[in-house]
Design a binder for this molecule. Structure first.
Ligand SMILES: *Cc1c(COP(=O)(O)O)cnc(C)c1O
Length: 480
């Protein structure tokens, strides 16, 4: 299996060559040359492999799926990487992604039982083990520099803590994360994890990361890398739980299901698109956005319009507060018939120049729904409160704000003939303030997080100054 760039670059690469990379050299995103097709016999065998989520089933399924995309890691090694990633110890349950029925034909798939209680663990935990393996094989080291307002940073730190050959330098806006999120990150005492609280907002953190990445000499000398959501391995890891959700919701491979996905950067639902292209019987992929409705606007009108920072709303489902959807280019590449020159013109030129492009009058736009199964909807703060209340009152289940966006939009598209699976992307404890607003009570807290806010913290506060961050990195890692 070889990978290409969505912008038409002629190079083709193997999985491990793109594992530690971000964008392709032409600014495009990596995708496989073709999607492996899962024949009915294979789907039937995978159902047996997953075995209803019996111990080891999820890891074995992950190995089957990854094997189709990874041809430069020996099978035995890939198998042991999957086995050590998806364990009951890490996820607290043998099924790893258990399905909860809310009512007939309407389910939640729990993706937030990992160490940081958000779905990003599903991919990041695998990435940690893949990075450690690949760096050891190459005799190299990597310094991961990232900016976070919450979920991504903590998922990256819990995935990379204690890993050989990897250091993490994570920038976050000083005093702006929830107490729970701060405690999660800053209580890590591992030598290879560096928390830097920047005196500024999230955009300041992101600007510093961009400045450092643009300093090519520094980047090379200090082996700077990232783990952002455009990483192909992260997306691939997410494909697995669409299959696992399907097997739990159906008794036979002739049935279809739909998935509803709380969306921001389009990483999660893009994995659903990949699963569907492989042949998983998915009827619809329901994209749910919050007030930051870049994606809903596209699927309704064909207009993709990036928002300015000033037009990006701070909402109570903050992990979906995006101004543009970084992974969206992958889907558009498929939508326009894998025409790299067209994608380059749309994303590299029109979008860059005008901040928008419009496929509304192009015949391919209709295929987003008719051929690829995409539909969408939007949810607001009031919708979240109402959905959290309704779900708790009727089913006794507490859901977080992001999952509430998913449930709200899923209901608008639910066809009673077809099971609807809403991806639960975080646990309510991470967003306690809104739960209290909705329900007048604190969310349940998993036992292992009891008293976490009073643990000692390790964090360095720094001004929003690129040179200062570079000096800190230089002080804390040997020069290559
Ligand atoms: C990151 C995140 C999302 C959005 O996922 P994308 O892959 O960016 O679309 C939704 N919910 C939660 C809780 C998240 O952390």
């Amino acid at each position: 299996m070889l990978y290409l760039s969505t912008r038409g670059h002629p190079d083709r690469k193997h999985f491990c060559e793109i594992l530690l990379e971000g964008l392709a050299p032409d600014g495009g995103l990596y995708l496989p040359e073709r999607y492996p097709q899962v024949e009915p016999a294979t789907l039937e065998r995978w159902r047996t492999v997953f075995n209803g989520g019996a111990p080891g089933g999820y890891a074995a399924l992950a190995f089957e799926i990854l094997s189709l995309y990874v041809d430069d890691i020996p099978a035995a090694d890939l198998k042991s990487i999957c086995d050590k990633t998806y364990t009951e110890t890490v996820y607290g349950t043998p099924q790893i992604v258990p399905l909860k029925q809310l009512e007939d034909g309407f389910y939640l798939e729990a993706l937030s039982n990992g160490p940081t209680l958000a779905f990003k663990d599903m991919a990041m935990q695998l990435l940690g083990n893949l990075f450690e393996y690949q760096l050891a094989r190459r005799g190299e080291e990597l310094n991961i520099l990232g900016a976070t307002s919450g979920d991504t940073g903590s998922a990256a730190e819990y995935a990379m803590r204690g890993k050989k050959g990897v250091r993490v330098f994570m920038l976050s806006p000083h005093g702006r994360m929830s107490p729970f999120q701060q405690a999660q990150m800053f209580s890590l005492m591992d030598d290879n994890i560096h928390n830097i609280a920047i005196e500024g907002v999230f955009d300041d953190c992101q600007d510093i990361v961009k400045n450092v990445s643009n300093d090519l000499e520094f980047k090379r000398n200090y082996k700077i890398g990232t783990v952002n959501s455009i990483n192909w391995a992260r997306l691939l890891a997410q494909v697995v739980y669409y299959f696992a959700g399907y097997f739990q919701a159906t008794a036979s491979d002739t049935q279809k299901v739909s998935f509803a996905v709380p969306s921001g950067n389009f990483g999660n639902v893009c994995a659903g698109h990949v699963a569907r292209q492989m042949g998983l019987p998915i009827a619809q992929l329901v994209v749910a956005t919050n007030e930051n409705d870049v994606l809903d606007e596209f699927f309704r009108t064909g207009v993709y319009r990036v928002r300015a920072s000033a037009d990006t709303h701070e909402t109570s489902s903050p992990s979906m507060d995006i101004s543009k959807a970084s992974n969206f280019e992958r889907f558009v590449f498929d939508l326009v018939g894998r025409d790299g020159a067209r994608v380059k013109a749309l994303f590299g030129e029109t979008l860059y120049r005008e901040g928008r492009f419009d496929l509304g009058s192009d015949p391919v736009f209709a295929e987003a729904a008719s051929h690829y199964g995409f539909v969408s909807g939007k949810s607001t703060h009031a919708d979240r409160l109402a959905t959290i209340r309704d779900t708790f009152a009727r089913f006794g289940v507490m859901i977080d704000t992001h999952t509430a966006d998913g449930v709200k939009v899923a209901r608008e598209h639910h066809n009673p003939e077809l099971p609807m699976i809403v991806l639960e992307t975080a646990l309510p404890i991470k967003f306690a303030e809104t739960i209290v607003e909705a329900l007048g009570r604190e969310p349940e807290r998993p036992a292992k997080f009891e008293g976490m806010e009073s643990l000692p913290k390790r964090v360095l506060v720094m001004p929003a100054d690129t040179a200062a961050v570079q000096a800190y990195i230089a002080d804390h890692c040997p020069r290559a």
